[in-house]
Design a protein around this ligand. Structure first.
Ligand SMILES: [Zn+2]
Length: 327
């Protein structure tokens, strides 16, 4: 099972050391972007806690490891919070009742709350007491993509760990190890960039190849001074309403790629840097506020034109951010 976990070596080594010294916190929050492997790290730690031989990630030989491999260990409770029936108040009440009894095998017990940031406030409140005092050898491992959505009362009870996106080398190694067949028009280098550090993105590459190509061409046109390419991107956003955040992420990735390339070749990079900064802000604003996507896209892309839109001409370029447009 260790082979499935990619990257995050520092965090995993530290977790192992804490476990070996008997200092592992009983309630932890594994926070970071989607698809970087937070759940796999939590599962690896659960194996370590439940393996009869105490081997980090499991020994694969003992009875506990066999039960874990079969997803059938009675002392490992996985709650997929995104699945409303698993995270319903009734289901969580039933789990808390089980946790009041002794563990099935007399050892540790692990509760993994996957996507804990999607807990309803009622469900989160129900868990508060257990998160604070989980009971002997009971561990709560929460994973979250956006920990700011968790109630402060939950956050204050967890030791938080942050997980970054996977490196380009790590993503490339997964592509090679899985012997993934990439879409014909996508190079390995482009696939790594497009994955943006996330295995989840890697799995969904094919769905975004066309958008990636169109965005690349259109952004280059805007950068060269063609305002007619802006409506093309706005249209792409309106035709992918459910994937607004993914399209904005593609714009961010392309802006970063173009900026780094410009820096390397000595070409003008300032407007790419501004687009990168604005795309990061746009992703955050879109996920937290109910904004008009078309308006945000217009603001974002206008600043990429060589002659900025009239309303921002008076603002020094280095200080332009999307926050200043969208108030
Ligand atoms: Zn084992």
């Amino acid at each position: 099972m260790n082979e499935e976990v990619v990257g995050h070596r520092a965090q995993r080594r530290y977790l192992q050391q804490l476990l070996e010294r008997g200092r592992l916190p009983s309630t932890m929050l594994l926070n970071g972007p989607a698809g970087v492997g937070k759940y796999l790290v939590a599962r690896e730690l659960a194996y370590a806690l439940l393996c009869e031989n105490g081997e980090y990630g499991g020994c694969e030989h003992c009875k506990s490891c066999a039960l874990l491999a079969a997803n059938n260990h009675p002392d490992l409770h996985l709650i997929e919070v995104a699945n409303s029936s698993e995270s319903s108040v009734a289901s969580l009440r039933a789990l808390l009742t089980v946790l009041q009894l002794r563990s099935f095998y007399g050892g540790a017990r692990v509760v993994i709350l996957r996507d804990a940031d999607q807990l309803t406030s009622q469900a989160a409140n129900l868990l508060l007491k257990s998160l604070e005092e989980p009971g002997a050898r009971t561990y709560f491992l929460l994973t979250a993509t956006n920990s700011t959505q968790l109630p402060a009362t939950v956050l204050s009870r967890c030791q938080a760990w942050f997980f970054e996106g996977l490196s380009a080398e790590e993503i490339a190694s997964v592509i090679c190890r899985r012997e993934m067949v990439l879409p014909a028009e996508l190079s390995l280098e482009d696939a790594v960039v497009l994955a943006d550090g996330s295995l989840e993105n890697l799995d969904g590459l094919a769905a975004f190849v066309d958008a990636w190509k169109l965005l690349g061409i259109s952004l280059d046109r805007v950068h060269a001074g063609d305002p007619l390419a802006i409506p093309v991107i706005c249209k792409l956003l309106s035709s992918h309403k459910e994937q607004t955040s993914q399209i904005l992420a593609l714009i961010r990735i392309l802006a970063r790629q173009r900026m780094l390339h410009s820096l390397k070749t000595g070409a003008p990079s300032t407007r790419w840097a501004i687009l990168l900064q604005n795309a990061i802000i746009a992703e955050r604003l879109i996920s937290t506020r109910n904004l008009n996507t078309q308006y945000v896209a217009h603001c974002l892309l206008s600043a990429l034109l060589p002659n900025c839109a009239p309303q921002i001409d008076t603002i020094p370029r280095s200080h332009i951010t999307l926050d200043q447009y969208v108030v």
